[in-house]
Design a binder for this molecule. Structure first.
Ligand code: CS2
Length: 498
């Protein structure tokens, strides 16, 4: 039997949405309805409606995942969040979703974006969904979706196109605007969104640009919860625990954090008043973003590239290798922490907790999944920390190894000569650079560092950066990623004992 309102009444009535939640109206449109959103903002909003009421039902927009749309529709738009820790699994059924639309259902999406009842349009469209140059933050006016949306604004393909057209309608009809709320893993994500929205609006119409500039705020957020892509095994485990089959479930970890900048141009749910811990509304999100992007995402990506090349399929497998664990923890302490400036957080506890989160055997978080879209992630996960380190004379050998691991990974061939399924908007560029320079690591690194969509010119001006990166790549090419990590640990342990 499938999950639905009626099957739930028989199987597990405790999980039924409350009557007030069932009758609540839509208040949020979420662009980029994926696993992360389901286990984070949607779950939090669900808890809010169950505990406090309010009309905050969510319309989720997915770019192409019509299977998820079908599964949700068959389940009365219910799904469960399985919270897993090693062998333990707790289930929460979420009833906060009104419906799922695909990005091609343009009229239906606009009906919501125009509706005054919709007060927030939130986004998790991944780094590449901002259609910007990651190194500069500028909108990529050559991006095919952006070009299309500027020519035909009423049939957008990009999230930016939907947002601007929705705001434009409200401007022209005197309807109170919604707050665009980004929940993607980018530093100063609100500013990134604001910049691309304004540049897009400017390319469309000067008045629209000015109106957005004067009337819209783009709160920054720091979001954190590890939510791997759902597997067939996850579906079986959750369905068994729930008593009915749920093809739209997600499995996540117990940890959750959300820090939101308090500048909304319309109403919002007071998420921070729910019984869920670790939700904070503040004036300054940047220190939290830096802490999380550098310590968590930076080490996640390090494990993704070096772990994958070492033959480890998941993060839990990678961190179970004691040498990797030492490598990651030392890198956090010696190379990353100096660049993190935050008051009121015990960073030692935070880092201990990160290692425990990585060790959680309930999550099968593929190194391959995290390795995806490196061109969009490397600037904020590695390069900003390295820039700080270069400016402050901090030793960065672990980060050089991780960055070299990324360069090695995007060659598309692993250490056993098997193909790697590289997923990245710059995949072709990487393949060409490798093709041209593979016999020569110096040239290879120089050509990578010259890719200005990823590397800020700062790095080309620092010969030390290129030299050390080349040395790390040479080592990976000669002894492999795993032995390079082992060697690193050996050297650092002997340094520590001298
Ligand atoms: C991961 C993140 O896939 C990735 O790149 O590093 O999705 C990570 O799991 C989240 O940011 C955790 O909050």
């Amino acid at each position: 039997m499938k999950l639905s309102l009626s099957s739930l009444s028989h199987a597990n009535a405790a999980h039924r949405p409350t009557p007030s939640e069932l009758s609540a109206k839509v208040g949020i449109v979420h662009l980029g309805y994926g696993a992360f959103h389901r286990a984070h903002q949607a779950l939090i909003t669900d808890t809010y409606m169950k505990e406090k009421g309010g009309n905050w039902k969510i319309v989720g927009v997915t770019w192409g995942n019509s299977e998820l749309q079908d599964n949700m529709a068959e389940q009365d738009n219910l799904y469960s969040v399985g919270v897993g820790y090693n062998d333990q699994l707790d289930i929460h059924v979420v009833g906060a979703v009104e419906t799922i639309l695909t990005s091609r259902e343009i009229d239906k999406i606009f009906a919501y974006l125009r509706d005054p009842a919709v007060k927030i349009v939130s986004l998790t469209v991944t780094e590449k969904g901002y259609c910007h140059h990651p190194a500069t933050g500028d909108l990529d006016l050559e991006h095919p979706f952006i070009k299309h949306d500027l020519e035909d604004p009423s049939h957008p393909k990009s999230a930016i196109g939907f947002l601007v057209e929705g705001l434009n309608y409200r401007r022209l009809h005197g309807i109170r605007p919604f707050t665009p709320l980004t929940c993607d893993n980018l530093p100063e994500n609100g500013h990134v969104l604001e910049k691309v929205v304004l540049q897009f609006a400017k390319a469309r119409d000067a008045e629209l640009y000015q109106w957005i500039k004067d009337n819209i705020q783009f709160p920054c957020t720091m979001v954190d919860r590890i939510v791997p892509r759902t597997t067939a095994q996850d579906i079986d485990r959750v369905s068994e625990a729930l008593g009915v089959r749920d093809d739209a479930c997600v499995v996540t970890e117990p940890f959750l954090q959300w820090v939101v900048e308090d500048k909304f141009v319309n109403e919002r749910p007071l998420w921070e008043t729910t019984s869920i811990a670790n939700i904070q509304v503040t004036d300054d999100v940047l220190p939290f973003e830096e802490m999380k992007l550098r310590l968590l995402n930076g080490t996640h990506s390090s494990m993704a590239y070096l772990g994958y090349l070492s033959g480890y399929r998941t993060i839990a497998e990678t961190i179970a290798d004691p040498q990797f664990k030492t490598f990651i923890r030392s890198m956090m302490d010696n190379e990353i922490t100096p660049s993190v400036h935050i008051q009121g957080v015990d960073l030692n506890d935070y880092k201990n907790q990160l290692i425990e989160r990585y060790e959680n055997r309930a999550l099968k978080h593929l190194t391959w999944q995290i390795a995806m879209d490196g061109s969009q992630k490397v600037p904020q996960r590695f390069l900003q920390t390295m820039r700080y380190g270069l400016e402050h004379n901090i030793e960065l050998s672990g980060l050089y190894l991780a960055l070299a691991g990324w360069i090695r990974y995007v060659s598309g061939i692993d250490e056993q000569n098997q193909a790697i399924d590289v997923q990245d908007p710059l995949k072709e560029t990487f393949a060409q650079v490798w093709e041209q320079h593979q016999a020569n690591p110096e040239q290879l690194v120089t050509a990578f560092v010259a890719i200005n969509k990823v590397f800020d010119p700062f790095f080309t001006q620092h010969p030390e950066f290129t030299q050390k990166l080349t040395a790390a790549l040479k080592q990976i090419l000669s002894i492999g990623a795993k032995q390079s990590v082992y060697q690193w640990v050996k050297q650092h342990q002997s340094l520590a004992t001298h």
